[in-house]
Design a protein. Structure first.
Length: 355
């Protein structure tokens, strides 16, 4: 709004009838900014106004910051400038994440392949400020059966999963850089997804297509990009540090050395056998083990729960933060099995038996 051209664009937008709601709480955001910058002072009244004037340089507050238009909802929102916006939005992260670490994280680019389970990971990363640029890949659209684990509404049915995820992320942070790969990953596009001029710093792989799981790891290994995967069973988080170990076998050696092309040529039974080999059937939960023989007969697909998906988003985000900040994280498989930790645990000492 400080530029005449942008002021004219805003007036044109307002006159178009496309704006259904206008949200201008810039004064509240500025008060929060003062609280972040001067946390030891409890300013109010004239002193708070003076502090806000010092931050903004005075003048018309309507012209301060950025006006963001969300065309899918018709909302026009007035927010702080990028640096100040992120200072306030991530203020409660400190000092679990320091200011310097937050800047480093926001400078990183993350790829997410598969946006059912991956939706939770992408949103949690965006919420925590782990990554400022994202590439989202999925060929699928939102179906009713996705709503047991995907944060969406019935009005989103039929919407591209990449579009849904990007909208949710932009509503958290309009300054994000998000690229959509709504055709998913193909043999022709997989190299471009990793990028040469704007390479990925980390890959989160959550797709169901076996050959894609192999192909993205082949490219990640060649480019020394670490890969994280939440298996959505027994709280399994899979970590492959191709950045530190460029010769590491895919899937910790459980892939049998098959290439993406070879996996693509497998028949359905062979593809299922490959996935089981990669997952290690001996480590699956009893519920998942029982489901394996019933998929396609009495079950339509793999069973998944919202609680497991949300747990996976947390595990992936926490680990992504550690990896991107250079903290020691070894390749391997890590379990946060709630059934083992809670379901079979004795009653906590001193609380008595559960009723």
């Amino acid at each position: 709004m400080s530029e005449a051209r942008d002021r004219a664009r805003l007036e044109t937008l307002l006159a178009s009838g496309r704006v259904r709601e206008t949200h201008d709480l810039i004064d509240d955001q500025l008060a929060e900014l003062v609280g972040c910058v001067r946390p030891g002072e409890r300013l109010s009244g004239p002193r708070l106004d003076q502090a806000i004037e010092a931050l903004t340089g005075g003048g018309d507050r309507r012209r301060y910051g950025t006006w963001v238009f969300y065309p899918w909802s018709g909302r026009l929102v007035h927010v702080l400038p990028e640096a100040e916006f992120r200072r306030v939005r991530t203020d409660r992260n400190r000092d679990k994440i320091t200011a310097a670490e937050q800047r480093r994280l926001l400078g990183r680019r993350i790829g997410v392949v598969g946006l059912s389970v991956g939706n939770s990971a992408a949103l949690t990363c965006a919420m925590e400020g782990v990554g400022g640029s994202f590439r989202l890949a999925d060929f699928d659209t939102v179906g009713l059966s996705n709503l047991n684990r995907l944060r969406a509404g019935v009005h989103d049915l039929g919407l591209s999963k990449t579009v849904l995820c990007a909208r949710q992320m932009y509503e958290l942070d309009p300054y994000l850089d998000i690229e959509l790969w709504s055709a998913g990953i193909t043999e022709e596009s997989v190299a471009d997804f990793f990028g040469d001029e704007r390479p990925l710093d980390l890959l989160i792989e959550e797709c169901d297509t076996p050959w894609v799981k192999v192909a993205v790891r082949e490219h990640a290994r060649a480019r020394r990009v670490p890969v994280l995967m939440d298996a959505n069973d027994r709280g399994l988080l899979d970590v492959e540090r191709f950045d530190d170990e460029p010769d590491r076998a895919l899937f910790h050696g459980r892939g049998g050395g098959l290439t993406a092309r070879e996996v693509r040529d497998l028949d359905p039974a062979g593809a299922l056998a490959f996935l089981l080999q990669v997952c290690d059937p001996s480590a699956l939960s009893p519920a998942m083990t029982d489901a394996l023989g019933r998929i396609g007969r009495t079950l339509s697909s793999w069973p998944q729960l919202a609680s497991g998906v949300m747990l996976g988003g947390a595990l992936v985000t926490d680990t992504a933060r550690r990896v991107l900040l250079g903290h020691p994280v070894a390749s391997g498989r890590y379990y946060v099995d709630l059934e083992e930790l809670i379901g079979a645990a004795p009653s906590p000492v001193g609380t008595g038996a559960a009723s």
